[in-house]
Ligand binder design. Structure first.
Ligand SMILES: Cc1cc2nc3c(=O)[nH]c(=O)nc-3n(C[C@H](O)[C@H](O)[C@H](O)COP(=O)(O)OP(=O)(O)OC[C@H]3O[C@@H](n4cnc5c(N)ncnc54)[C@H](O)[C@@H]3O)c2cc1C
Length: 576
């Protein structure tokens, strides 16, 4: 089967139209570079638009005693001392600029009576630091940025699925994408590429993530022979609607919501007596799961309550209107009258494509840069979140490092030339599509996805141990091997072939999930979101280091480790 090929040329190519991708695109386009954004979903449907609670910055509008120092310390401590402190220091400084930049672009932030941007409390932050727009913060940021991109003439290729990264003599030279609307391969040649492909919650059965969050960027990078960093650290958000996983923002606890177990007890007093419901996410999620495992879920089942009833109708309607709508639609509960049934949900990827603090992708433990290749946002690991991200630091990271990486990429692209295409990358993309269109397998891709998601939920969840992890490793490896031989898609057409798209995404999930599991087996300690019941303590001597993992063509995984950058704060015990 011959697949049609179309060629394009842009100064810079950005994959992903969430906050990170759009902010980077704005940097390039406003410097008059010919800029294209490639995105598999319509830009404003990127998962950034689903963010609810807020975006952090120590602007001190509510708590004037807040400071850069305090934001940095909270982030370092939240990361369980795995975050790189040079990157965190830069992050907290630049965060302030990002907020005012958004304000000047016209973002409709919620306001204080004095007209300044309002700030609410969030888990693990000492001060009220989350700037927000009711419970639709990501939505307003993403729409505002999109308008700016359109104004600056960014070319958007919507509903194009990126399949491979082109590297020519070790330098980024472009990408290969599938046109979902019409079918056909599109080869984009460029001087610099930035990946902002977001997270991968869809590897799990219960997740807060959009359907599109399938970690394609990670799988693509691995296939190009480059490493990923710290994938064993998956954030489980404490509050997803029961059975759905859809998120109830931490802002609901920020506004004063209580967590109650089956005995009607505010159980967080046992686990985080000072911070209570506003402890960091890893701790609160583990506390909820402990209550459930010990039989104190509601009616002994696998959920607890998030109670907002005491906040009153007015506050709920003003600050958390979306949470109320979602609760009514998805769990049949009106939070003004009744507590919401919730359970922890796979939410965020602390790991990702390794970068330095300039947003340049690195390829080894010596921090060697891949020329012309950049990454930002949830797909990247810079690493400011270390082993556990604080709420509101991610919208901020995507925006701030989107801008930083975008500026550095612009500077690079100004001096660089176009390179010859990478024929191997084109062939890889072509093979992926042809194999699926031509294969007459027996098993539908959905069955692989379902088994993967169940396995990750059963064995690679909040509490982990060697036996479960090894079983998971063998199951997922088997799934991938079987997928390569037996996968089936029903639709063999060219136009909007979502069957084909999903099968390609499922293969990506199978690829990097094996690295999450292998990394979790290797890391024989508990740190942040990675908790091993067989190694319940943090082991600073052996494990204050980042995991780098590569995948060979035969599927085998190779590891290396690089030191954590520690500048101001030596690791200490983490208490809340
Ligand atoms: C429900 C929810 C609520 C959240 N609330 C908050 C919050 O209040 N505060 C906070 O700080 N963080 C929050 N987060 C986290 C935060 O929203 C995300 O981490 C952040 O928005 C990620 O932005 P991004 O630009 O990196 O990626 P995304 O916004 O996820 O965008 C990814 C982009 O990549 C594109 N893409 C992916 N794969 C391909 C491919 N193969 N080909 C082409 N395009 C591709 C997609 O089309 C999309 O445009 C929340 C997350 C969720 C799920």
């Amino acid at each position: 089967m011959e697949l049609e090929k179309t060629y394009h040329k842009y100064d810079v190519i950005i994959v992903g139209a969430g906050l990170a991708g759009e902010r980077a695109a704005l940097a390039a386009a406003s410097s008059n570079l010919k800029t294209a954004v490639i995105t598999k979903v319509y830009p404003t449907r990127s998962h950034s638009g689903g963010a609810q609670g807020g975006i952090s910055a120590a602007i001190g509008n509510v708590d004037p005693e807040d400071s850069l120092e305090a934001h940095m310390w909270d982030t370092v401590k939240g990361s369980d001392f795995l975050g790189d402190q040079d990157a965190i220091e830069l992050f907290v400084e630049e965060a302030i600029k990002t907020i005012y930049e958004y304000e000047h672009m016209g973002v409709p932030f919620s306001r204080l009576p004095n007209g300044k941007i309002a700030q609410r409390p969030f888990g693990g932050h000492t001060y009220r630091r989350a700037c927000y727009s009711a419970d639709k913060t990501g939505h307003v940021l993403l729409h505002t940025l999109y308008e700016q991109c359109v104004k600056h003439q960014v070319s958007f290729y919507n509903e194009f699925l990126v399949l491979s990264l082109m590297l020519t003599d070790g330098q980024a030279s472009g990408i290969v994408a599938w046109d979902l609307r019409n079918g056909g391969l599109h080869i984009f040649r460029t001087k610099a590429v930035l990946f902002a492909t977001g997270g991968y919650g869809r590897a799990y059965k219960i997740t807060s993530n959009a359907l599109s969050n399938t970690g394609d960027g990670l799988a693509t990078v691995l296939e190009a022979g480059l490493p990923v960093e710290d994938l064993e650290f998956v954030q489980f958000h404490p509050t997803g609607y029961y059975r759905q996983g859809i998120l109830v923002t931490e802002g609901a606890r920020g506004e004063g919501g209580h967590l109650l177990n089956g005995e009607g007890d505010r159980f967080m007093k046992k686990y985080a007596p000072e911070r209570m419901e506003l402890g960091p996410r890893d701790l609160v999620a583990r506390s909820i799961w402990t209550e459930i495992l010990e039989g104190r879920g509601i009616d002994g089942k696998d959920y607890v309550y998030l109670d907002l009833t005491h906040l009153g109708a007015e506050k709920i309607m003003e600050r958390l209107p979306q949470i109320r709508d979602l609760a009514i639609s998805f769990v049949g509960v009106d939070p003004i009258k009744d507590p919401i049934p919730i359970q922890p949900t796979a939410h965020y990827s602390m790991g990702g494509i390794p970068t330095n603090k300039r947003g340049e992708v690195i390829k080894d433990a010596q921090n060697t840069v891949v020329p012309g290749f950049y990454a930002a946002g949830e797909a990247a690991c810079v690493s400011i979140h270390g082993a556990n991200r604080l709420g509101t630091n991610s919208l901020q990271e995507a925006s701030t490092f989107g801008r930083i990486a975008g500026n550095n990429m612009t500077e690079y692209a100004r001096k660089a030339d176009f390179l010859p295409v990478d024929e191997k990358a084109i062939k890889r993309a072509e093979d992926k599509v042809r194999r699926l269109l031509e294969n007459d397998g027996k098993t539908h891709h959905y069955d692989y996805k379902k088994e993967l998601q169940q396995t990750m939920y059963d064995k690679v969840w909040i509490f982990r141990n060697e036996k479960d992890l090894k079983e998971a490793a063998s199951i997922v490896k088997g799934l991938e091997e079987d997928f390569m031989k037996n996968v089936k898609i029903d639709d063999k057409g060219m136009l909007f072939n979502l069957d084909l798209q999903e099968a390609l995404e499922v293969h990506n999930l199978l690829t990097f999930s094996q690295i999450i599991i292998a990394g979790a087996i290797n890391r024989k300690e508990s740190r942040g979101a990675h908790y091993r019941t067989d190694y319940p303590k943090r082991d600073d001597k052996n494990w204050t280091k980042h995991t780098l993992a590569w995948r060979a063509e035969d599927g085998s995984i190779k590891f290396d480790y690089k030191p954590v950058v520690i500048t101001k704060y030596q690791p200490t015990e983490r208490k809340y």
